[in-house]
Design a protein around this ligand. Structure first.
Ligand code: SDX
Length: 428
């Protein structure tokens, strides 16, 4: 017998079912509230609203728990394999060795960009933001691969997903090469997923980039940690666009645009800017914190705070540990890591942040690690997008396959002008 809540409206008692999730989280089912009461609910940023039921990712924000298809993310840190996690998120299970080999071959078969798409890079301004290139090129894939606009034919979904996951690397690498005024480097079919991205970004003609296992592992781990995060802004965007039955390329292109914002995936770039300003002496860590606490200031302490985590973001813990390990392995130091640690220490003691449960999030250490791997700042959010793509695809598919899914169309409360007459311009 499902639990119920009682709502009293205009003297009338309304019973509303309570839905309980796998981990005991509870939600009030208001799917027929308006038809029964004429009322809608008002929750502008949807912080109190579950927009779907999903089997993909579970987050417990109070306890700092993140699981992909039930598996805690901490279990992917040994020998991290991003492609294996991509398969898990999309299919629901870890791949067998045969499935993993097949998937890898499918990605290799789809790593090249259509030459028409490649030629477009020559006309893009050198200073173009890579996230703009990524969103435009993903959307443009609909022009060059028209056979994947509808995915109702069996097998086309897997092919479209593989094309996206494989080509997103090539697009990212080409946008980096364009920004450096360098010729593109074609993918090498003998290389694994992350190694190929490093090769396409950093090899130069007649001088193959030397892949170090530490950096390849770190890239796999970074992509795994970014792979999905339930109904975050960009994933919710992908689901909204996909709910109109728009194609997978267009839906993921929309996700890239949402991710670009500095409050979301763009925060990893802002964190480095903030730490650089402290290092350059422009402002101290204390100044940063003071500015972030000013009520009317637009300044935020980037890399801190989260809509769901009111505890440490488990990804930030892993990324901080990975920074230590990779820095030791590569025998490097970065003053920004020391500044980040000091900033974190001050914040975690400051009542303003403690009272608001503002802890480091995934973006606080990810940029420092990417820097150590030689990734330029303007590619940080693109790396976030490469990692998040399998999550977007998994959510798009979950909604696409749900016979009960409908187009997303929220309501509103109208607070504008009452009815009034049109006034001809000569009388205004
Ligand atoms: C990601 O949703 C996801 O899952 C996202 C993500 C994913 O994997 O997809 O985890 C990735 O986007 C991580 C977040 C990256 N963004 C940043 O680091 C930007 C800095 N953080 C904030 O802008 C903020 O914390 C958000 C955007 C992350 C969350 O915003 P909320 O939930 O709307 O919180 P809020 O703005 O309502 O803040 C609540 C209070 C406010 O103060 P009061 O009104 O109570 O006085 O906390 C304050 C805010 O001013 N606050 C901050 C702060 N974050 C919140 N104050 C200073 N610095 C901050 N970073």
């Amino acid at each position: 017998m499902s639990e119920k809540a009682i709502l009293v409206v205009d003297g009338q008692q309304i019973e509303l079912p309570i839905i309980t999730g796998t981990e005991g989280e509870r939600s009030l089912d208001i799917s027929n509230l308006r038809s029964r009461t004429g009322l809608t609910t008002c929750d502008p940023s949807l912080g109190n609203t579950a927009t779907c039921k999903s089997e993909i990712t579970f987050i417990d924000g109070e306890k700092g728990i993140l699981r992909y298809r039930g598996i805690p993310i901490e279990e992917f840190t040994e020998n991290p394999n991003f492609i294996e996690v991509a398969w898990l998120l999309i299919s629901g299970n870890l791949p067998s060795s045969e499935e993993l080999a097949e998937f890898r071959d499918l990605l290799t078969a789809n790593e090249l960009l259509h030459e028409g798409l490649r030629h477009q890079f020559q006309h893009i301004p050198v200073e173009a933001p890579p996230m703009a290139i990524l969103s435009a090129t993903l959307s443009n894939m609909a022009c060059f691969y028209p056979g994947f606009l509808s995915l109702d034919t069996p097998g086309t979904f897997n092919e479209a997903a593989a094309r996206l996951i494989s080509k997103v690397r090539t697009i990212a690498a080409y946008s980096y090469r364009r920004s450096q005024g360098l010729p593109v480097v074609y993918p090498d079919p003998s290389l694994r997923y992350c190694a190929n991205l490093l090769h396409m970004m950093f090899s130069i003609p007649y001088q193959q980039y030397v892949i170090t296992p530490e950096i390849e592992d770190a890239f796999n781990l970074i992509f795994i940690l970014h792979a999905d995060h339930e109904q975050n802004c960009s994933t919710a965007t992908v689901r909204t666009v996909g709910s109109s039955r728009a194609n997978l390329f267009a839906s993921c292109a929309a996700g890239v645009s949402a991710l670009w914002g500095p409050l979301h995936g763009g925060a990893n770039v802002e964190v480095i800017g903030m730490l650089e300003r402290i290092r350059a002496g422009g402002m101290s860590a204390e100044d940063c914190i003071a500015a972030a606490k000013q009520r009317d200031s637009k300044f935020r302490l980037f890399g801190f705070g989260h809509r769901v985590y009111k505890n440490y973001d488990p990804r930030a813990i892993i990324l901080q540990q990975t920074c230590d390990r990779v820095f030791t392995q590569l025998k490097i130091t970065d003053p920004l890591l020391d500044i980040a640690r000091k900033l974190e220490e001050l914040v975690l003691k400051d009542p303003y942040f403690v009272d608001r449960h503002l802890y480091p999030n995934v973006d606080f250490y990810s940029g420092i690690l990417l820097r150590a791997m030689g990734i330029p700042t303007n590619m940080f959010t693109v790396c976030f997008a490469i990692g998040r793509l399998p999550g977007w695809i998994a959510h798009w598919k979950e909604q696409h396959d749900d016979p009960g899914s409908r187009i997303t169309r929220p309501r509103q409360v109208y607070v504008g002008s009452g009815k009034r007459k049109y006034v001809p311009v000569e009388e205004r």
